[in-house]
Design a protein around this ligand. Structure first.
Ligand code: ATP
Length: 513
């Protein structure tokens, strides 16, 4: 199965099992907007809890807030979003399709990497046992030529974006002979800037309506509350403020399912530090955030950092955590050292001091900021694409299983009476009633036990608890583990401890310390 086929199957699976639906589907949906179904919302809540607790509970100097989506419009002037939150757009005149110019170029760059990969595979076949990949990559004239062209285009794009040079961006597309994937032609318009913020009106028209924006990021709600939290919480530098909430961007090119949405959720933290100490903290949070991802066990090789070549003018370091999605390595999280830019801008635009009094040095200053910013929806896609698996069993049967880490799984255990008689449903209900206060558990008595196991595999339930004939005499049940499919006998009284052991976040958290 190709990665593309796998991705299509995953999208269909998400709908079929109640994880994710297209928004307002009965009206043919709304592009790049999705709804989470009964299982999707559980997964989402568990991911949010994993993040929230890892950031706030594990760090006694990080606290959370929940700011409003609507903010005073000046916020977005100060932050630079009104003037500069733009994407460079280009249209193909034949297909009438619109693209982000930088994304077209990035895709071209990714193709060069694929070409290099193919050259390596060809050479491996040619040289057999004696093949030395490192040496080949360093010496093959063909590979060196592709690399040089790729790097030159990358540099030209970074320079053009930094200089906001739209003519040059178009020229790169022309020079690379990039064609529209739909029409296959190179009939391109000029490149234009397009602001990504949604606006709306506040107050009735007779009141004198005012344009306000749906926030395009949650960070600004943290910056404007910096002193409120610092003073009321008696926080001392360094300290952080975390927030989870909706953000809205009028993305031009919406694709790849929930990877790029117009309404999405972010989990952001701003960590305030003394000026001069930001690089140390940047490294600290880079390491911590990578550990947080890798603790889920999807394989270290599926993550990498991508350091930014194009830094925002106010930033002095920035990196992305990229995950190996079915459509390649893509950003899930950004970690940025933003200097004193945001607080400085709010001080300037509001006329209110945004300074911190440092009792140790006796000075007042605007702190520097390290930001960690991750999309909840991209994280969900990471978990689902890593977890989705089609397996052929020894019996010749096939099963689709979601190997979601037990801590994040929507349903922790299914409770299944083997048959609908002999008092088995009653015992199963009794087990449900003791477990349901602490865990999301499901009762299922329909169809054969094999079918019920498959249904739970398909939604990623880590444990199936079966009440059978032996239960009636010794009050033990069969516990089946999703991934290994091994079964063990467990006393009913021991189930709460087993569930705790399997699904508690503490196992993940100890990996982060
Ligand atoms: P991209 O380059 O992919 O547009 P970005 O660099 O603009 O992303 P940031 O502004 O750094 O993204 O936002 C932080 C995080 O928010 C991203 O790493 C991503 O996980 C998430 N995010 C941003 N835009 C979207 C979107 N349209 N849909 C879903 N998640 C998003």
């Amino acid at each position: 199965m190709t990665q593309e086929e796998l991705f299509k199957k995953l999208v269909a699976h998400c709908k079929e099992y109640g994880f994710i639906f297209p928004s307002s589907e009965i009206y043919d949906g709304l592009s790049a907007v999705y709804d989470y179904g009964q299982l999707g919302v559980e997964l989402k809540n568990n991911i949010k809890r994993y993040w929230w607790d890892a950031m706030t509970k594990l760090h006694d100097n990080v606290v959370g807030i929940d700011a409003a989506i609507f903010m005073h419009p000046k916020t977005w002037e100060a932050s630079g979003h009104v003037s500069a939150f733009n994407d460079p757009l280009i249209d193909n005149k034949d297909s009438k399709k619109r693209y982000r110019a930088d994304v077209l170029i990035e895709d071209w760059i990714a193709k060069q990497d694929e070409k290099i990969g193919k050259e390596v595979e060809k050479a491996r076949k040619r040289f057999g046992e004696s093949f030395n990949e490192e040496q080949y990559l360093a010496t093959s004239p063909r590979v060196l030529d592709i690399k040089a062209k790729r790097d030159a285009v990358n540099q030209r794009m970074a320079d053009a974006l930094n200089a906001n040079d739209l003519v040059e961006l178009r020229q790169i597309i022309v020079d690379c002979e990039i064609v529209c994937p739909i029409s296959g032609t190179r009939n391109w318009t000029e490149v234009r800037q397009f602001n990504l913020m949604f606006d709306t009106k506040i107050g009735s028209l007779s009141d004198g309506a005012n344009t306000i924006y749906l926030r395009p990021e949650t960070a600004q709600g943290i910056f404007v509350n910096f002193l409120n939290v610092q003073k009321t919480g008696r926080m001392k530098l360094p300290f952080g403020i975390a927030q989870i909430g909706k953000a809205f961007r009028n993305e031009i090119v919406a694709r790849q399912f929930i990877f790029r949405m117009r309404e999405f959720e972010q989990m952001e933290m701003q960590f305030f530090v003394r000026p001069g100490e930001e690089m140390r903290w940047f490294e600290h949070w880079k390491n911590f955030r990578m550990k947080w991802h890798q603790a889920l066990g999807f394989g270290e090789k599926n993550y990498r950092f991508h350091d930014h070549e194009k830094l925002a003018f106010y930033a002095n370091a920035a990196t992305d955590v990229e995950f190996n999605f079915p459509f390649g390595f893509k950003e899930v999280e950004g970690i940025h050292s933003r200097t004193d830019y945001d607080l400085g801008q709010h001080q300037k635009y509001s006329g209110k001091k945004m300074q911190y009094f440092d009792a140790e040095t006796g000075e007042s200053y605007i702190p520097y900021v390290i930001e960690t910013s991750i999309g909840v929806d991209r994280m969900i896609l990471q978990v689902l694409s890593a977890a989705y698996c089609e397996e052929k069993l020894e019996s010749g049967e096939e099963r689709t299983v979601l190997r979601i880490p037990a801590q994040l799984a929507p349903v922790k255990a299914a409770i299944l009476p083997l048959v609908k008689k002999d008092g088995m449903p009653e015992i199963a209900r009794e087990i449900m009633n003791t477990l349901k206060f602490d865990y999301n558990v499901q009762y299922d008595e329909k169809d054969s036990i094999g079918k019920r196991y498959r249904r739970q595999d398909a939604i990623g339930t880590p444990l199936c608890i079966t009440v059978d004939t032996q239960t009636l005499s010794d009050r033990t049940v069969t516990v089946r583990h999703r991934d290994s499919m091994t079964q063990e006998r467990v006393a009913i009284e021991a189930l709460p401890a087993l569930l705790h052991d399997e699904t508690s976040f503490s196992k993940l958290f100890t990996k982060l310390m």
